[in-house]
Write a protein that binds this ligand. Sequence first.
Ligand code: DGT
Length: 227
Amino acid sequence: MLSFSQGKLVRNGEDKKAVICIEGNIASGKTTCLEYFSKTSNIEVLTEPVSKWRNVRGHNPLGLMYQDPKRWGLTLQTYVQLSMLDRHLSTISAPVRMMERSIFSAKYIFVENLYRSGNMPEVDFAVLSEWFDWITTNISIPVDLIVYLQTSPQTCHERLKQRSREEEKVIPLEYLESIHQLYEDWLIKKSSSPLPAPVLVIPADQDLQEMLHQYKENRDKILTARS
Ligand code: DGT
């Protein structure tokens, strides 16, 4: 249920629940992290709505964006923004919610990257920014902790090649390097965009076994997050 409090739209009862966003480059291992925590009781896990971005009423805006970012960047990002907002506002069914990425990284990382790389016209960036600013001014989107899976762009590139998702075959290393730099500026240097929550950094270049070990070690710190 949504209601108004101090001029903002809020989710009722949200103050007692913790929201943790898992952030990181493409193929940094967010899904593995979410799978690990999905086995914990009292936690709700929300994956990124990628399947929606690949099929909106029969259209594939994710694929279109990779083929022609200048033409389809705004289309994809408008839909990403809507679907992330929908995720943030959905009723939380457990004491802890863990979700893949956020409306914040969609804007601060992906929209920013399209714009800076010259693949988004200034007017598209302005319209998306107006929407984003309106949303974050008028709707409460609480996040208690950001878990940043910090990888090298090279590792992500290797993992991308291995999983070989059709739309992603066109992604060059330089794209992953740009996304990496934006993440580092936002979450490590804290120099680009506002931080919605404290950040826990987990190095994520290692193999699966080591990653599972790291999640175990950081488990309590992550699950007791409350801002
Ligand atoms: P993982 O488990 O870390 O490998 O993550 P995945 O593969 O489940 O998810 P991820 O982050 O690689 O995202 C899936 C695809 O969607 C990938 O091609 C990047 C793309 N993507 C995600 N969010 C955005 C966005 O806001 N804008 C753009 N342009 N692409 C996005």
